[in-house]
Design a protein around this ligand. Structure first.
Ligand SMILES: C[S@@+](CC[C@H](N)C(=O)[O-])C[C@H]1O[C@@H](n2cnc3c(N)ncnc32)[C@H](O)[C@@H]1O
Length: 229
């Protein structure tokens, strides 16, 4: 998939209100990961594929004096992030491809990304760019919903009409190591609110029935963590 095609799809999500549905779906998992990122006063964080910027804003207030920059290739997403911005967070947003970010080497103490890496036309290029931008001694954190061990997620690409990466946990670990990261950790994170009740379940594009919803919930999100040493 090209950047132009991805931009067009996510510009549409931003304009139709679909983008605003990602925050409630992803927020708790992102909060659990951010709580384990060892954020310290004054740290600089990059949020790759920030969408409406809700996680960028969480990162921008995750430690005293911390600042966060969110990047996204969709101008409509960045516009939406600016509309939703609140002054309690030291966050800002920029239009940029994740594969090529206009910041110098080692600019960020932490790199974070929620459910964006799988959509990138060149996911190895994104991992290399994240490694380049991470300060020596810093770490990068990618959260991924679609992976081979989460069997129902195989159908997401077709359901959303989007090309997405399809890797196993071991393949993601290898991709992180290939990009240069050390001490690579691959964990699973489940949303604390649970899967909900079957009687209240409403099918949605990527989970057309309760069983696939439950398996997806129980599998959890992958959390890829790598150090730059
Ligand atoms: C599923 S959304 C997730 C957005 C946000 N992180 C969240 O959790 O709400 C994926 C986002 O990644 C962005 N994206 C995908 N590929 C990209 C790339 N190569 N460069 C920059 N942004 C990209 C899309 O425009 C979209 O906003």
């Amino acid at each position: 998939m090209t950047h132009e095609a991805i931009q067009a799809i996510f510009d549409d999500w931003a304009g139709s209100g679909r983008a605003d549905m990602m925050e409630p779906r992803h927020q708790n998992v992102a909060e659990q990961v951010i709580a384990q990122m060892d954020m310290r006063p004054g740290m600089q964080v990059l949020d790759m594929g920030c969408g409406t910027g809700w996680a960028t804003r969480l990162l921008g207030k995750s430690a005293p004096g911390a600042t966060a920059v969110g990047i996204d290739c969709s101008p409509a997403m960045v516009k939406r992030a600016e509309e939703l911005h609140d002054l309690t967070s030291r966050a800002r947003y920029m239009v940029s491809q994740m594969e090529q970010v206009a910041f110098k080497d080692g600019r960020f103490d932490r790199v974070f990304s929620m459910e964006a890496l799988s959509y990138a036309p060149d996911m190895n290029g994104v991992l290399q760019e994240a490694f380049r931008l991470t300060k020596v001694g810093g770490s990068s954190h990618f959260i991924i919903g679609r992976y081979k061990e989460c069997v129902p997620s195989e159908g997401w690409s077709d359901a959303m009409g989007l090309a997405m990466a399809w890797l196993s946990e071991d393949e993601w670990r290898g991709a992180m190591q290939e990009a240069g990261f050390s001490d690579v950790h691959v964990g699973r994170v489940r949303a604390a609110e649970g899967p909900g009740e079957e009687s209240e379940f409403t099918p949605y594009s990527t989970c057309p029935d309760w069983e696939s919803h439950l398996t997806t919930y129980e599998s959890g999100y992958l959390w890829l963590k790598g150090q730059r040493s």
